[in-house]
Design a protein around this ligand. Structure first.
Ligand code: UVW
Length: 330
């Protein structure tokens, strides 16, 4: 790894900053005052879901090691009179269905979902990425077990109150005057500053910063069959922007692209360079595959790029991430 990268990693590393046992990292920037102040931004009675649809067409992330969600019905309309139809069939399920039907008109629909926790709109927990045998705050890689990750996992965030605070949208695509950034286009820290200035918004300590590249709507344009082209072409933040994220003391970052940073190797030849600096060194959670389209249109219309944002992860014990339905309130 290059000298420049090593120097940056040392500079942005937050290990010990919030105590040797801390597992929340930059979420510590969201103080009680910051959270209370963020809630006051919901003044217009508007709410926006920032989640992409969760189904068999959901994009998976920067590599092919994951499968799309599988959604199965386990009780459906065809089972409305299952008890009657099963009469005499025997077995535990038949007895349950018969008993339910005999005790009133209530019927139910039930379903299952099987999915990687990193598919679709999600948070990466701090344990999701690491290098050289250590995770955030010096936790050894051996904390990842077949029963889950024992430190820096997503349940710690969920138990601590989830993720909520002042959200700020930086609409890079609109600033460049394009529907979406070019494949593998890199967004620098200087450009983030230029967008914020043009939008008249200031980044505060504890903000959850959302960066729009227009790459999610590009998925619909290209079609699911071109998923690999879309996946490998994803634009994103320059790894050197870790310094900007660090110096602004932001709490988390989320984007509408595949992996926050470009999916192809960076100019230093490494993949997921920003993942290493953020998740492992800074303790900064990454949100991927968010749908910022409707929110961005509203922000452009009223000129207000700040809002109250909630994006609580599921409390999956030892989980390395979580699907989410982030909501922005204005
Ligand atoms: C990895 O698999 C590390 O990438 P992502 O966080 O983008 O899903």
């Amino acid at each position: 790894m290059s000298e420049e990268w090593r120097t940056l990693a040392d500079r942005v590393r937050n290990w010990g900053r919030w105590g040797e046992h801390d597992q929340l990292g930059c979420l510590n920037h969201i103080t009680a005052d910051a959270l209370a102040g963020a809630a006051t931004l919901a003044t217009q009675g508007k709410s926006f879901s920032l989640a992409i649809p969760l189904d068999g067409d959901s994009p998976m992330g920067p590599h092919g090691l994951r499968r799309a969600p599988v959604h199965l019905m386990s009780l459906d309309g065809g089972d409305e009179s299952l008890g009657n139809r099963l009469q005499g069939f025997g077995g535990y399920a038949a007895r349950e269905a018969e008993a339910l039907e005999q005790t009133g008109p209530f019927r139910a629909n039930d379903d299952w979902i099987l999915m990687p926790l990193q598919s679709s709109t999600q948070w990466d927990a701090l344990c999701h990425g690491y290098y050289e045998g250590q995770m955030y705050n010096g936790v050894p890689a051996s904390a990842s077990t077949s029963l889950g990750v024992t430190r820096n996992a997503i349940d710690t965030v969920a138990a601590a109150g989830g993720v909520a605070g002042r959200g700020v949208l930086l609409d890079v695509a609109r600033h460049r005057g394009v529907a979406h950034l070019e494949p593998q286009s890199v967004v620098t820290a200087q450009e983030l500053d230029a967008v914020a200035t043009a939008q008249g918004v200031t980044i505060h300590t504890g903000d959850i910063v959302l960066v729009r590249t227009g790459w999610w709507p590009r998925y619909a344009e290209l079609g699911v069959g071109n998923g690999v082209e879309w996946q490998m072409g994803s634009p994103g933040l320059d790894w050197r922007a870790a310094e900007w994220l660090h110096d602004h003391d932001i709490a988390a970052i989320a984007c509408d692209n595949v992996a926050v940073e470009p999916t192809m190797p960076a100019d230093n030849g490494l993949i997921l360079t920003l993942h290493m600096l953020t998740l492992r060194d800074m303790g900064l959670m990454l949100g991927e595959l968010w749908d910022l389209e409707v929110l961005a249109t509203d922000c452009a219309a009223d000129g207000i790029y700040e809002f109250f944002l909630t994006a609580p992860p599921l409390r999956v014990t030892g989980g390395t991430g979580s699907p989410i339905n982030p909501i922005a309130f204005k």
